[in-house]
Design a protein around this ligand. Structure first.
Ligand SMILES: Nc1ncnc2c1ncn2[C@@H]1O[C@H](COP(=O)(O)OP(=O)(O)OP(=O)(O)O)[C@@H](O)[C@H]1O
Length: 509
């Protein structure tokens, strides 16, 4: 990891930041300590007279990262979703990050495909187009299968990208270590951890098998969603560096004029984008976490199509239920209940004052609900909520931050389509529908039914299990034994009671 090449890379980066005018924004965003600012400016300064680099139309941070190359662009994209780390100003500048890069030649793409699939391109594809899109990691071609004439999209990884990323990531680690060395107080920014997070996300994106399986899982989950479509991967033509999907054509969701001209109702589309996202997050616990306009299109039949499954979010069932109750509490402005749910779930330590917490939650909810209906934002509500819960001792959870960040983006897409959308009204039926299905008497019955089925599997073995537990404890020292005496008896009795209750209740399901 160490070595002169990394020192040189670090200096080159600082020089580019200096020449693009981004250095100030970056140091400010990370609230860099004075010593670090000093060293960074000294190292980059000699390059300043070389003049401005990059496209002057772009904001400085965007300009800098675009000039530095793919790994930096990706790093910027990921950081743009973490204003909790980089602050709002830099996060906003990074949003403009364009990753449209020059395509690589079609012949290179064909060679990569042959190497990956072990079959010449002409033997599987009847036609193979010039690239239709080129981004930082891959480019996409349109093709037709010889087998059945089907139209497909073939996504091919940029050649050598893995090695290039590896080198840049090594340099990032080096920089993170250097930062910690120069200024120990910068450890609170956890630079090494940020790089590790980045490495995990990016290395995952460089393996298309992961993206293919994400696409397949997402497509299966959303099969019944009206007005939504996910291109399915074609496994026998996909691998680590190549991904083949059903072709899905549409108008990009950022082109309102074209959408209008095609006769689509933008109000309907806006509401649908939001409801789809909420359903994926709540119902499936698996959501597209990069739902910006560039990754969404509307098909001729009005279906919304999603692309690019490199970043997906997952939320377990328990957390989903807790958050549905929290949102529901907010909907009814029952702040005391919202506070209780946090305590019941063990999210907020039990020694905190529940009334004070409820008052803090009221201060989160009231200003938001007091707004003009068309300005209410669930994303903002969640952001404020996380601030308060953190103050009350709840640990930050990355999957919830990802959810909140995606919600910001999804609300932006929905508002872009329908500037007057009432986010809360559109979201309400989805949250309420989930609550009725998953919390309350019917859900309790279903859960008990499930428990009973699990326990029933142990039914015939229950006597042996109890006996084994009793024998095992014969070897245990006396003091521990006293404590454990109740355990097998309790397990057996509870198990039997739940089994009976579950079986009885199960008949009503
Ligand atoms: N199945 C498909 N059918 C038709 N077009 C597709 C398909 N998949 C991708 N494309 C086109 O290629 C573009 C880029 O695809 P995708 O977003 O998956 O690539 P990417 O390299 O991850 O890009 P980025 O990182 O910029 O989002 C899409 O916006 C879309 O226009």
């Amino acid at each position: 990891m160490r070595g002169p090449h990394n020192i040189w890379r670090l200096i080159r980066t600082l020089a580019t930041l200096e020449r693009t005018g981004a250095i100030g924004v970056v140091l400010e965003a990370f609230r860099a300590p004075p010593r670090l600012r000093f060293v960074a400016r000294i190292l980059g300064w000699p390059f300043k007279p070389l003049g401005l680099r990059g496209d002057p139309a772009l904001p400085p941070a965007t300009r800098a990262l675009t000039a530095l190359g793919p790994a930096y662009i990706k790093f910027g994209q990921i950081l743009s979703t973490r204003p909790d780390v980089v602050g709002d100003e830099l996060s906003l500048q990074l949003k403009y990050l364009q990753d449209k890069l020059p395509p690589f030649p079609i012949e290179v793409a064909k060679k990569m495909i042959q190497a990956e699939l072990d079959v010449p391109v002409d033997q599987v594809f009847r036609e193979f187009s010039e690239p239709v899109a080129a981004a930082s990691i891959a480019q996409v071609h349109k093709a037709w299968l010889i087998e059945d004439g089907r139209e497909v999209a073939v996504k091919v990884l940029r050649p050598g990208i893995e090695r290039a990323f590896r080198k840049d990531i090594d340099a990032f680690y080096f920089a993170a270590q250097a930062i910690e060395f120069i200024s120990p107080s910068s450890r609170r920014l956890r630079p090494l951890e940020v790089i590790r997070h980045f490495e995990g996300v990016v290395m995952g994106e460089l393996d298309f098998r992961l993206e293919s399986s994400a696409a397949a899982e997402f497509a299966a989950n959303t099969e019944g969603d009206a007005g939504f479509q996910v291109p399915r991967p074609i496994w026998f033509l996909s691998g680590r560096s190549v991904m083949t999907l059903d072709w899905a054509e549409g108008i990009s969701l950022n082109d309102n004029d074209l959408i209008d001209a095609a006769g689509h109702d933008r109000k309907v589309l806006g509401a649908r984008v939001l409801q789809l996202f909420l359903n994926h997050a709540l119902r499936d616990g698996y959501f597209h976490a990069d739902m910006h306009q560039g990754n969404l299109k509307v098909a001729a039949n009005g279906n919304i199509i999603a692309y690019d499954f490199g970043i997906m979010g997952r939320i377990d069932e328990y957390t989903r239920r807790v958050y549905a109750e929290i949102l529901f509490g907010f909907i009814r402005k029952d702040y005391r209940r919202v506070a209780e749910v946090h305590f019941e779930a063990g999210y907020v330590p039990a020694d905190r004052d529940i009334d004070e917490f409820a008052r803090a939650l009221r201060a989160v909810g009231e200003p938001i609900f007091g707004m003009d209906a068309s300005r209410i934002s669930m994303a903002r509500l969640l952001a404020y909520l996380f601030e308060v819960t953190e103050r009350f001792g709840m640990e930050t959870r990355t999957e919830l931050i990802l959810l909140q960040r995606t919600m910001v983006v999804v609300e932006g897409v929905a508002r872009g389509l329908d500037p007057h959308i009432n986010i809360w009204e559109v979201a309400k039926p989805i949250v309420e529908g989930y609550i009725t299905k998953n919390i309350g008497p019917r859900a309790l019955l279903r859960d008990l039914g499930k428990t009973a089925r699990v326990l029933a599997r142990f039914g015939p073995r229950l006597p042996q299990l109890v006996e084994a537990a009793l024998i095992a404890q014969a070897d245990t020292p006396k003091t521990v034994q006293a404590k454990r005496n109740w355990w097998p008896v309790w397990t057996g009795l509870t198990g039997a009671a739940m089994l009976a209750a579950g079986l009885w209740l199960g008949q009503f399901l």
